[in-house]
Design a binder for this molecule. Structure first.
Ligand code: B12
Ligand code: SF4
Ligand code: SF4
Length: 401
């Protein structure tokens, strides 16, 4: 058995990865697109993205002796949301990847385990980098190059077996695998599926997808994700303006959420899966993850908004200790919940929202003001009038109509 096959087998059998592929470290075929993305400011407040741009478009620069990228992924599809739950304004919808413990922490030790295995096989220590999401790597382009799927117009990597519900990670090593063992598409050819001959079943399952691709995006004439995106964040096929994306706004964005997006966010309180929920490739491929490290937390299955607000810092830290949700911090998360409460606008919320008016975070107070205005009852108006004189923060005062 060749080394590449052994790695493939070990990664699946012993590390729990569902998909595994190999790529070399050749530069991105889309360097201009990626640089323009940053030039246009589509990375919004993610300044860390800009800092690593040169490496991102040229993985050879990640470290001097980098030779091969082992791309891996896990199926994380947790459960089906019935339509009535998804659209219930009294519940908050959390992106599927975030209903588990933090995948960064789950996957990193597994990459190191894979590295240890390769070291034993090659009989020397490796120079390597193991990244889960946060490395300077265009993970989706490289995954596509490694034969793990195609990038759709919503920009996600759509895998032949699991759809786009796969999280990606990679191990970059200083081992040059022989030609046959490095699986890569030609630069610029999206959807050129070159799979290892031993993966017969994957070749078979990819045939229907392959037959329908236009060799660019795998989307053929479909534009469902572009049409449905509530904030029109997919500004053209394959390009997302993060400034408008609910995922960005609810996870990465700090501070007040621009007014124009609040109603469009509806009840999405952490991340957004809408452009994946409508994708026809997902409908036929999604299957509930059997990965034993990914146990969906039932308390994060469309939680009731009233169970999420109010929440003290101690309660937030305890509840989301291992969860990706801690990234938004208490302020960001409760801000999102208040946006959802404002969109629910139920008169019974007034007493709860009053607690928000007294929070020490101006961001939370500002969104409590907005939510009370959405309720628009005698009681909510009275409450706002009563609180206004004691409010000193300009950003909060700006929210009062
Ligand atoms: C920054 C970032 C974000 C930003 C920007 C998203 C974006 N689309 O760029 C925000 C915060 C909005 C975000 C949101 C989400 N993210 Co994110 N994110 C990243 C991160 C860190 C970098 C992505 C990046 O480089 N963007 C810049 C653009 C220019 O890159 P790109 O979209 O890959 O660009 C390619 C295309 O434009 C393509 N291209 C060029 N021309 C054309 C033409 C056509 C027609 C097409 C189709 C493509 C195409 O070439 C470019 C270069 O390869 C990656 C991790 C990583 N290191 O890669 C995770 C990552 C992409 N995110 C991920 C996830 C899960 C999400 C969310 C689903 C989370 C959620 N539920 O809320 C959403 C999905 C939103 C979406 N539709 O993309 C996963 C995606 C897994 C998958 N199967 O695709 C990744 C890979 C993290 C991981 N390790 O698993 N994310
Ligand atoms: S994640 Fe949501 S907001 Fe972002 S592009 Fe997809 S549908 Fe639009
Ligand atoms: S919804 Fe349609 S256009 Fe969007 S990624 Fe899926 S197949 Fe492509």
């Amino acid at each position: 058995m060749q080394l590449k096959e052994k790695i493939h087998e070990y990664a699946k059998e012993y590390c729990g990865f569902d998909i595994v592929g190999f790529s070399n470290v050749q530069p991105s075929s889309h360097e201009t697109t990626v640089r323009n993305w940053v030039k246009e400011g589509y990375h919004a407040g993610m300044s860390w993205y800009e800092r690593s741009l040169d490496k991102r478009v040229n993985p050879e620069k990640v470290f001097d002796t980098a030779k091969t990228i082992i791309m891996v992924g896990v199926n994380y599809y947790p459960f089906d949301y019935p339509e009535d739950i998804l659209n219930d304004p009294s519940r908050g919808i959390i992106a599927r990847y975030a209903v588990y413990d933090d995948y960064h922490e789950i996957l990193l030790p597994k990459l190191v385990q894979l590295k240890d295995f390769i070291e034993k096989e090659v009989g020397r220590s490796l120079e390597y980098k193991a990244y889960v999401d946060t490395g300077p790597i265009l993970e989706r382009e490289i995954a596509a190059r490694a034969g793990l799927g195609l990038q759709g117009r919503n920009t996600t990597l759509i895998n032949f077996e699991y759809g786009s519900w796969v999280l990606l990670a990679e191990l970059i090593i200083d081992v040059e695998l022989d030609d046959e063992s490095v699986i890569a598409s030609e630069p610029g050819e999206r959807g050129n599926l070159v799979l290892h001959p031993s993966k017969k079943e994957e070749i078979a399952s990819s045939q229907s997808l392959l037959a329908m691709t236009d060799k660019k995006s795998g989307c053929f004439s479909c534009t469902r994700c572009i049409d449905i995106c509530p904030t029109k964040a997919i500004i053209k096929p394959g390009v997302i303006d993060s400034n408008k994306c609910i995922s960005y706004l609810t996870i990465e964005h700090k501070g007040i959420i621009p007014l124009e997006f609040r109603k469009l966010m509806k009840n999405r309180i952490y991340g957004c899966d809408i452009c994946q929920e409508v994708c026809p490739w997902n409908k036929s491929r999604q299957k509930i993850s059997q990965n034993k490290d990914f146990k969906a937390r039932q308390d994060l299955f469309a939680p009731k908004l009233l169970d999420l607000f109010p929440m003290t810092q101690e309660q937030f830290s305890a509840r989301f200790k291992k969860s990706p949700i801690k990234r938004a911090k208490r302020e960001g998360f409760l801000r999102n919940v208040l946006v959802a409460m404002g969109n629910w606008a139920d008169p019974s919320l007034v007493k709860t929202l009053e607690i928000g008016l007294q929070d020490k975070s101006p961001v939370i107070r500002a969104h409590a003001v907005w939510a009370l205005q959405q309720v628009d009852s005698q009681e909510s108006k009275k409450m706002l009038t009563r609180h206004r004189p004691s409010e000193m923060d300009d950003e909060v005062l700006n929210e009062f109509l």
